[in-house]
Design a protein around this ligand. Structure first.
Ligand code: PGA
Length: 246
């Protein structure tokens, strides 16, 4: 399977930020992994223009469940595809927290992404309270409901992002990442069958150049979903290089 380094710019970036993408393309013209940046929706089309003909792919950070309609402020998967996106992040913990997104809604969005030909990057992960209560694996098992049961390996990526590790500089131990990723592969196999073997399982949460190598050595870690460190070409390029070498 081809590994995936995905960057999530969140609500960061204006036209001036496109120079970081240009620098990334120049630094990583042909990485051995897939390289994806998910900018805010305002920049998807412009980033797709910058990335045309390069190894860099472009994704969205969310989509609506419908193709079109009276949904002020929302963006459909078809619109993202039209703007040049090839994938979309769904159910990020910030959307689950800020917008009350449920597993059922994320499931519906994943179907909408598929209909538009986008890869669905479904995010799951426990809170600190859940980790401390010892219920992490139960939470991960329950969040499998976000994943359509007829998903294909090509159409689905799952990002395991412990909520307490996002933007905090804290990361789980290597053993904790290994435990969840092995569990995730097993539960995904129960849910979608043999296709699960080919689904990329990303780790996300405070991934940076200094810890990327050891995280990428963990079994069933097939890449990363990177927030803060994806904003700078030098940092994200170093993570891409680490994944390419793994
Ligand atoms: P972070 O964010 O790398 O800034 O911790 C990860 C994410 O939310 O995808």
């Amino acid at each position: 399977m081809r590994k995936l380094a995905a960057g999530n710019w969140k609500m960061n970036g204006t036209g001036a930020s496109l120079s970081e993408a240009q620098a990334l393309i120049a630094a990583q013209p042909s990485p051995a992994c897939e390289m994806l940046l998910c900018p805010p929706a305002t920049l998807v089309a412009r980033l797709a223009d910058v990335a045309r003909g390069s190894a860099l792919m472009v994704g969205g950070q969310d989509c609506h469940t419908n193709d079109t309609g009276a949904h002020t402020g929302d963006i459909s998967a078809a619109m993202l595809a039209d703007a040049g996106a090839t994938s979309v992040i769904l159910g990020h913990s910030e959307r689950r927290a800020d917008h009350g997104e449920t597993d059922a809604l994320v499931h519906a969005k994943a179907l909408a992404a598929r209909k538009a030909g986008l890869v669905a990057i479904v995010c799951i992960g426990e809170t600190l309270a859940e980790r401390d209560a010892g219920t992490t694996l139960d939470v991960i098992a329950a969040q499998m409901a976000s994943v359509p049961e007829d998903s294909t390996a090509a159409g689905l990526v799952i990002a395991y992002e412990p909520v307490w590790a996002i933007g905090t500089g804290r990361t789980p131990t290597i053993d904790q990442i290994a435990e969840v990723h092995a569990f995730l592969r097993a539960r995904l196999t129960e849910r979608i069958g043999a296709a699960a073997a080919g689904v990329r399982l990303l780790y996300g949460g405070s991934v940076k150049p200094s810890n990327a190598g050891e995280i990428f050595a963990v079994p069933h870690v097939d890449g990363a979903l990177v927030g803060g460190a994806s904003l700078k070409a030098a940092d994200f390029g170093a993570i891409v290089a680490a994944l390419s070498a793994s």
